[in-house]
Design a protein around this ligand. Structure first.
Ligand code: C2E
Ligand code: CA
Ligand code: CA
Length: 533
């Protein structure tokens, strides 16, 4: 497994883990917020109810107190006491009505005072002018606490529990206080818990121990709270609800990551990555003139150098690249490298040329010609030093091919037909095509010296090229015998392992230099130039 594969797999694992964790974290977060929202809404409702009840109770008390003063009656007369009793009876929140002479209670709705009772100390005054003593012990209250509301000469007693007498489950603590923080209700265990809240708590909130909501008006603030443990339970319920969705999302994300990494690990995905990372290099196979043995140039052959250093042969990726359209950027990278690596040699010796292989798409669109032109601009390499090899596969659209090749020659490039003889329509298209050179396919060269059915064809192909006035290159030459045969039949150039395999740029440059100096000696113009390079 190469480096890229392991990196893709490691990244996929990390992404997969993160992807699976994310929805689960999201579920927890969401459950918490939904649970908190629910509890707040519940508590807000309770607090609102308490506040309205408190307002109603005080309003009723005020109405009762207002109706006591008129019409005036002789204080503590039977008539007066009867009215007080009626009003106490008719006002649900009021348990007793009292009449004061100054600070001293004279009589109540129960009758005449039994003992001397003074007004209790006032804790606060409401916006309606009611003076409130929160904790008084009424005469007939059997020890129960009551709230006294004083107004002019009268007082009413109210059971403070009425204020928080709201139906709600036992976990909710309820309490009503004045805006100044004076507790209005009786202060049982539940409201004691609510009292733990900061006095300035407003709206909804959360403390270390409780969740709360408040509701307030000009006079009062109602607070409903409950322990955070209740919240935790609501949250767990929510989590159970959201968990399947979270699990589904986690699965989807893991699936997506797996799908994406599989795509990246697919041959096409890898080839795409290679194009992006510019992993294509060029090796140069020398082309030799058969008469002089002189190196006249090379064919540029692309190789895919993987990040781990292994070289991939073109037959393994060119078909996929052609299918997928990736061949065009690959051709571009080859052209760039040729200009870059061979520039010095080509400037030094104008007789040297480099052959570049074109794909079917390159030939069909002709786009490659502009890529070459752009690369050559300013390089001082002549267009004639870059020749183009086209196979028959590029001639499917014969008109487009004709146009591209004509244009190529007009710009100064020589055009060769690659793998000549292997196609089926060789002779038909050949005459119409603007071509300079035929590259005789290796399969014909292989027959030389062997007695096979194909053997005679080799001679015919050479003759054909001659009649058409084209130059010839023999491909895949491996033996001395082949060299002699080809030379004897007037083939111009040859390429093959007999001379050299495709070489990395530096090795090709040194091969080329040696070839030319050994033929002409160090004094020859071209050879000397290359030595100097
Ligand atoms: P091709 O254009 O016919 O290239 C010649 C192939 O024959 C090269 O293989 C070369 O190394 C091989 N060869 C040369 N001499 C000998 C020999 O004496 N014996 C044997 N057994 N083989 C020899 P390579 O480099 O593997 O290229 C294979 C094919 O890949 C090329 O065939 C060409 O069709 C394609 N190709 C290579 N480079 C490019 C490129 O830059 N662009 C495009 N579109 N295709 C390319
Ligand atoms: Ca070729
Ligand atoms: Ca070929």
């Amino acid at each position: 497994m190469d480096m890229r594969r392991s990196r893709v797999i490691a990244t996929a694992l990390l992404l997969g883990l993160a992807g699976a964790a994310m929805p689960l974290v999201a579920v927890s977060w969401l459950s918490w917020h939904v649970a908190l929202g629910k509890e707040h809404a519940r508590l807000e409702e309770v607090a609102g109810l308490m506040l309205r009840r408190t307002e109603r109770t005080f309003d009723d008390a005020k109405l009762a107190l207002d109706s006591l003063s008129y019409p005036p009656m002789p204080p503590c007369s039977a008539q007066h006491i009867a009215r007080m009793r009626v009003i106490a009876f008719n006002t649900p929140s009021v348990s007793e009505v009292g009449y004061f002479d100054g600070n001293v209670l004279r009589c109540t709705s129960w009758g005449d005072g039994v003992r001397t009772v003074n007004k209790a100390p006032i804790d606060y005054v409401t916006s309606q002018g009611l003076e409130v003593a929160s904790h008084v012990r009424p005469q007939f209250g059997m020890g129960r606490q009551a709230m006294a509301l004083y107004y002019h000469a009268y007082s009413v007693l109210i059971d403070p529990d009425r204020l928080i007498d709201i139906l709600s489950d036992g976990s909710v603590s309820m309490s009503v206080s004045t805006r100044q923080g004076v507790i209005v209700d009786t202060g049982d265990a539940a409201s004691a818990a609510a009292r733990l809240l900061e006095p300035d708590a407003e709206g909804t909130g959360l403390t270390d121990s409780v969740v709360y909501a408040t509701a307030s008006d000009a006079d009062f603030k109602a607070i409903a709270s409950e322990p955070r443990t209740v919240l935790a339970k609501t949250m767990r319920d929510q989590q159970l609800l959201f968990l399947p969705i979270g699990a589904l999302a986690a699965l989807l994300i893991i699936g997506g990551v797996a799908w994406l990494s599989r795509r990246r690990l697919s041959p096409l995905g890898e080839l795409k990555a290679a194009v992006r990372a510019r992993e294509f290099v060029v090796h140069y196979q020398p082309i030799v003139a058969l008469d002089s043995g002189l190196c006249v140039g090379a064919e540029a052959l692309v190789r895919w150098r993987r990040p781990d250093g292994t070289m991939v042969r073109p037959d393994l990726f060119i078909p996929l690249a052609e299918q997928s359209g990736l061949i065009q950027p690959i051709t571009d990278q080859v052209i760039e490298r040729v200009v870059d690596e061979m520039g010095a040699l080509l400037r030094m010796d104008r007789n040297i040329h480099i052959a570049v292989n074109l794909s079917a798409a390159d030939i069909e669109t002709g786009r490659v010609l502009d890529v070459i032109a752009t690369s050559l601009t300013g390089s001082e390499i002549l267009a004639s030093q870059i020749s183009l090899e086209a196979t028959e596969r590029g001639f499917m659209d014969i008109d487009a091919a004709q146009e591209t090749l004509t244009k190529a020659r007009a710009r100064g490039h020589a055009v060769s037909i690659d793998d000549f003889g292997t196609g089926y329509s060789s002779l038909q298209y050949l005459e119409g095509l603007p071509v300079d050179c035929l590259k005789i396919d290796k399969s014909f060269i292989d027959t030389i010296g062997r007695n096979t059915v194909k053997s005679p064809v080799t001679g015919h192909i050479i003759d054909l090229a001659k009649t058409l006035g084209l130059s010839t290159v023999a491909e895949g030459v491996e033996t001395q015998e082949q060299v002699e045969y080809l030379r004897g039949h007037g083939v111009d150039f040859a390429q093959g392992w007999y001379f050299a395999k495709a070489l990395p740029p530096a090795e090709f440059l040194s091969y080329c230099r040696k070839s030319r100096t050994s033929r002409f000696g160090a004094s020859s113009g071209a050879g000397a130039a290359i030595v100097a390079a």
